[in-house]
Design a protein around this ligand. Structure first.
Ligand code: GLY
Length: 594
């Protein structure tokens, strides 16, 4: 991040938040100023992707058309974060109906539980993160085609067109792009096709240089003719061939059988709001609602924004939620996930009793809920008769995810809404481009628990429920979220950031709905994060005053500054019906109004 951008970010945020810090009525003429519009709005992580979405709205398309065009454009201009070689989740509001689409990657048929272990049962370093074996079956194109077929208005080829143009004509890479590519220079240079596209003789493109992706343009042209072309025919065969030549597992049969899944949205009540988000195989919705339930009726605004009391409650609520995540979450099509208990306000109230108002608990003393504890709060799912209690694993510090994974929101004039998060997982995914296609493959297999208690790249530990099986979907934290009030659209949010996605969305939601901040300030504001293990509170280094952090330390919290936070964005509907949108000053995204 340039010093100029950093300076801008810190200064404008501080100015915007002054009234809150001073305890004044939290009604802000805040900075960075959100974009306002009556007729439609797109927020995304890249100006060219936002433009692609706005163009669809201008051409008479609806939110779904714009979201598909924006997603495909991000796939071209943000290859380090998300793309057609990955997968994701969308939550869609059309009329009064809210539903979600799961187009996450799935494990290939030849995948197996111990595929990343050596003969001694030890994890092979980086095997789930780099190279062909790290890739799950991509879902992005199948997902976009499914949501467009159900709700889109414009022809499919029209919504694909902007991404073809961006791939064919190229775009100027930014400082952010170069930084991401530099951090993966060795990996990118070691794969011939990736090296040819993303580097000049093994060195990342420099800011101001043009990235042209001719093979990707041809692939997108084939997809524009028919999205099934990705899963059958020459594209599928190219993936299959590359896999066979490089000890990967994905076959034409895997691709042919890939299906996105429509799933009921996971919703909870918070104050007068209906908060709907992604159900498993993402953990996002479950734990967002669980943490909101744990806050319950406590008036956070009365405690004060970023006050030690409010932060303490948030941290302790996060700690419990992430402990539950480690044991109870997985792909619901393969394992029993006690969703109804975890999002039951009565369960949260019970766990809230564990929280001491003035003292942090050690994560070693905070356990995932037992079967017995959850049982009374279950509505439909049965639990296995016993939990196999695990030793607490020792979790190393996660590698910091910065901008990888990408989120976008679209709201149209009819107030149809799409909130969509997608990813190739860690920076530049597996670092593998399928020759002749321009498709950069994901490393989503790392989101499985590759061995009991072994943390993934984000430091998240998982259990049996997130073990690898053929066709299974790795557990995610992606949290695309839509909030309604009296049935009307109120707020759409999402973020990248690996394990921090859930807590980022939580805090933006609270900033808008509880602290009455505008979306610009809400997205820009400093954040905290606790994920049970490792037992520490990450804080935005500039976001909290020294006295507050000292008080949190006094209560026993291990505070650790964290430089990188998810590049979020959000759109809200104001009481006067105007849309107000903002992209995170941590990234280079924009909000575009119609
Ligand atoms: N790959 C990050 C996530 O899905 O949570």
């Amino acid at each position: 991040m340039s010093y100029l951008r950093k300076f801008y970010r810190y200064t404008v945020t501080a100015i915007g938040l002054l009234p809150i810090l001073a305890g004044a009525a939290p009604v802000l003429a805040a900075f960075p100023r959100p974009t306002q519009s009556q007729n439609g709005m797109v927020t995304s992580a890249h100006p060219l992707a936002t433009q692609a979405g706005v163009l669809m709205l201008q051409q008479g398309g609806n939110a779904i058309d714009a979201a598909v065009a924006t997603t495909l454009a991000i796939s071209v201009v943000e290859p380090f974060s998300a793309g057609i070689g990955g997968g994701g989740f969308a939550i869609v509001k059309v009329g009064n109906n809210i539903e979600t689409l799961d187009f996450r990657e799935r494990a290939p048929k030849a995948a197996s539980r111990n595929m990343y272990l050596d003969a001694q049962g030890k994890v092979r370093p980086n095997a789930s993160l780099e190279g062909h074996l790290a890739a799950g079956i991509p879902g992005t194109i199948a997902g976009l085609a499914a949501v467009h077929q159900k709700y889109g208005k414009l022809p499919w080829r029209t919504v694909v067109a902007p991404s073809i143009k961006l791939a064919r004509q190229g775009f100027t890479v930014s400082e952010l792009y170069t930084k991401q590519a530099q951090s993966k220079q060795k990996l990118l240079a070691s794969n011939l096709a990736a090296r040819q596209i993303f580097t000049r003789n093994g060195k990342p493109l420099q800011p101001g240089e043009r990235l042209v992706q001719r093979d990707l343009a041809q692939t997108l042209i084939a997809i524009a003719r028919n999205p099934r072309n990705f899963y059958t025919g020459s594209i599928a065969q190219a993936i299959d061939r590359d896999m066979r030549q490089n000890k990967g597992l994905i076959t034409v049969a895997d691709l042919k059988s890939y299906q996105p899944k429509w799933r009921a949205a996971l919703c909870g009540k918070f104050r007068q709001y209906n908060v709907c988000s992604m159900a498993p195989p993402s953990s996002g919705g479950v734990h967002l609602v669980q943490i909101l339930n744990t806050i319950g009726s406590t008036d956070l605004a009365a405690l004060g924004w970023h006050s030690p009391d409010a932060l303490h409650l948030l941290i302790e609520s996060m700690r419990i939620a992430y402990a539950d995540r480690s044991q109870h979450l997985g792909d619901p099509d393969f394992t029993n996930v006690p969703v109804s208990a975890l999002i039951n306000p009565a369960y949260a109230a019970k766990r809230r009793q564990e929280i001491q108002p003035d003292k942090a608990r050690l994560s070693t003393t905070v356990k995932p809920a037992t079967t017995e504890l959850l049982q009374p709060f279950l509505r439909t799912e049965a639990l296995p008769t016993s939990d196999s209690r695990r030793q607490l694993p020792t979790a190393p510090a996660p590698r910091s995810e910065s901008m990888e994974t990408s989120h976008l929101n679209v709201v149209d004039s009819q107030r149809n809404v799409v909130s969509l998060t997608f990813t190739v997982n860690y920076r530049f995914g597996a670092g593998v481009v399928v020759p002749g296609t321009g498709i950069l493959l994901n490393d989503e297999m790392d989101d499985f628990a590759i061995a009991p208690g072994v943390p993934n790249v984000f430091g998240l530990v998982g259990g049996e429920k997130n073990s690898i099986l053929p066709g299974k979907t790795p557990l995610s934290s992606m949290t695309p979220t839509i909030v309604t009030e009296n049935g009307k659209f109120r707020l759409a949010i999402g973020a990248p950031g690996g394990s921090t996605i859930i807590t980022t969305v939580l805090q933006i939601l609270l900033n808008v709905l509880e602290y009455k901040m505008d979306v610009g300030s809400a997205v820009a504001a400093g954040r905290i994060h606790h994920q049970w293990l490792p037992d520490k509170v990450n804080v935005d280094p500039w976001g909290f005053d020294a006295a507050t952090l000292a008080e949190l330390r006094r209560r026993g919290h291990a505070i650790e500054p964290r430089e990188y936070w998810g590049n979020a964005n959000a759109i809200e509907q104001l009481p006067n019906g105007q849309l107000s949108g903002a992209a995170d000053p941590r990234g280079e995204g924009t909000a575009g109004g119609l």
